[in-house]
Write a protein that binds this ligand. Sequence first.
Ligand SMILES: [Zn+2]
Ligand SMILES: [Zn+2]
Length: 138
Amino acid sequence: MKEKRNTMQKELTYDAVLHYPGHPSADDVYQVISSKYKSISKATVYRNLASLYSDGKIGRVISTDGWEARFDHRTDKHSHAVCKSCGRVFDVDVSYDSAALDKAVCMEDGFEITSHELIFEGICKDCREKEKENEKWN
Ligand SMILES: [Zn+2]
Ligand SMILES: [Zn+2]
């Protein structure tokens, strides 16, 4: 019976990521699920997210600057841009030779590169517009 419950909770977690607009943090996912299923614990949601990620069912955006790691319903190879003002994460589809980049990185001590992630930082359109508004009134 416990097994069944675990599977259901994992499915709920997967479903929440799939339907979340954008890239939710673990806490965002927890908020969505706990609004309907009050008994689910934060630890369970976090554990399921980690497990879904290692199963390759969801993507993850690693944190570069102290913000919380985000999860992604997309699992295909793509990059991300992060707004430094509001923390929103955007998909970036940039085509480049990924293997060539790995090869171009020279590491000492025989370190072999197996993957990398590109994360772009900037200010999103909404935040830029808000800034402009503020300037007008100051
Ligand atoms: Zn922003
Ligand atoms: Zn993404």
